[in-house]
Design a protein around this ligand. Structure first.
Ligand SMILES: Cc1cc2nc3c(=O)[nH]c(=O)nc-3n(C[C@H](O)[C@H](O)[C@H](O)COP(=O)(O)O)c2cc1C
Ligand SMILES: Nc1ncnc2c1ncn2[C@@H]1O[C@H](COP(=O)(O)OP(=O)(O)O)[C@@H](O)[C@H]1O
Length: 310
């Protein structure tokens, strides 16, 4: 998959079939649309292109909006890599860009930059300044400019929107099983391992503390989860706590994972953790001993679950 951070980087000698959207989560509904794009590209000898914008338009146009996304941009790229898509364009969304008229947008982006021959787009897609134009307008531009427009039905678009909303809600509820079912893969967190209170090792459970730079990334509900991670080509299972560590009077939310049967130095390493299952809520225990006992129980529960997977 080729990846460009500006539509003008695309080699416009290659005619394309384009779909436009955020594709946050790249879930099972999105995958169907991408399959359609890839099929159309193969049938018609066109380059398959997803045009997406970053930052998310709502981050730019409503700066107070505390929008949360299922994937970081990097995670989205990683998942799209596996779909058979030829080209991903992540075009910068700025205030100036948002002021382009519909005609300017179609000319500059679709025609000049992407040499578009076919657009696959949701029935309710809007574009241009103030989102003034719709799919009928796009089809008229197409007649004048030698491209065709294919509508994705209301049903298909509703399915996609419902899935994204359900996934976000499930994550906020800690319902990882449901989120993973809609995603079609395991929800992941990606970040850098940073220093914590250096207490974990004293509890006999060293925990790698994950720092996630992207403020817009959804963090699932506080609690304890079974996880896995591939670190230097080996898969480790573990248990993760997302929370404020009330037992040891923590002050802020941390994301900490103890990996089973592993000893390594992860400080400053970038890791990606897949979340498999929720175990319980985070609790305030009366003593550190009680916390340790709870962690032992979490470990037993996790190991049983992991053994049941194979
Ligand atoms: C599986 C697991 C479950 C945990 N459950 C709780 C909990 O219920 N309540 C709590 O206060 N802390 C919980 N913790 C966090 C501990 O309080 C402790 O702060 C942490 O493991 C060590 O922190 P450090 O890495 O900053 O040294 C849990 C940690 C893990 C790995
Ligand atoms: N099995 C393991 N799981 C997680 N981290 C481990 C493990 N073994 C060693 N470590 C290392 O120990 C560190 C965590 O130790 P800990 O005492 O909890 O300190 P901190 O409070 O800085 O996280 C991790 O960042 C990692 O580098």
């Amino acid at each position: 998959m080729k990846r460009y951070t500006n539509a003008t980087e695309y080699d416009n000698l290659n005619p394309s079939v384009v779909t436009i959207g955020t594709f946050d989560g790249v879930h099972i509904g999105h995958k169907k649309i991408i399959e359609r794009l890839v099929e159309s590209s193969q049938r018609n000898g066109l380059e398959s292109v997803i045009l997406t914008f970053f930052p998310h338009p709502r981050m730019v146009l409503q700066q107070d909006s505390n929008i949360k996304l299922i994937n970081t941009i990097e995670e989205r790229v990683q998942i799209l890599e596996k779909t058979g898509l030829d080209t991903l364009v992540i075009h910068p969304f700025t205030k100036d860009f948002s002021r382009l008229s519909a005609g300017e947008y179609v000319q500059q982006m679709l025609i000049d930059a992407l040499n578009v021959r076919h657009v696959i787009i949701g029935y309710d897609h809007r574009f241009g300044r103030n989102r003034n134009s719709n799919i009928t307008d796009l089809a008229s531009y197409g007649i004048q400019n030698n491209f065709t427009v294919e509508e994705i039905s209301k049903q298909d678009i509703d399915d996609v929107a419902v899935s994204s909303t359900k996934i976000r809600e499930a994550l906020f509820d800690g319902d990882i099983t449901k989120a993973n079912k809609y995603l079609g893969y395991e929800f992941m967190l990606t970040g850098i391992v940073v220093k914590g209170k250096e207490l974990g090792r004293k509890l006999n459970y060293p925990t790698a503390n994950l720092f996630i730079e992207e403020q817009y990334k959804i963090i699932p509900k506080n609690g304890v989860y079974i996880v896995k991670s591939t670190i230097e080509n080996r898969t480790y299972f573990g248990m993760m706590n997302i929370g404020t560590n009330p037992t040891v009077k923590g002050t802020h939310q941390t994301i900490e994972t103890h990996f089973f049967d592993a000893t390594f130095n992860l400080y400053d390493k970038k890791i990606q953790i897949q979340i498999l299952k929720r175990i319980r809520d985070e609790k305030k225990f009366d003593s550190v001993k009680q916390l340790q006992d709870a962690m032992q129980q979490d470990e037993d529960f996790s190991r049983d679950y992991i053994n049941s997977l194979v």
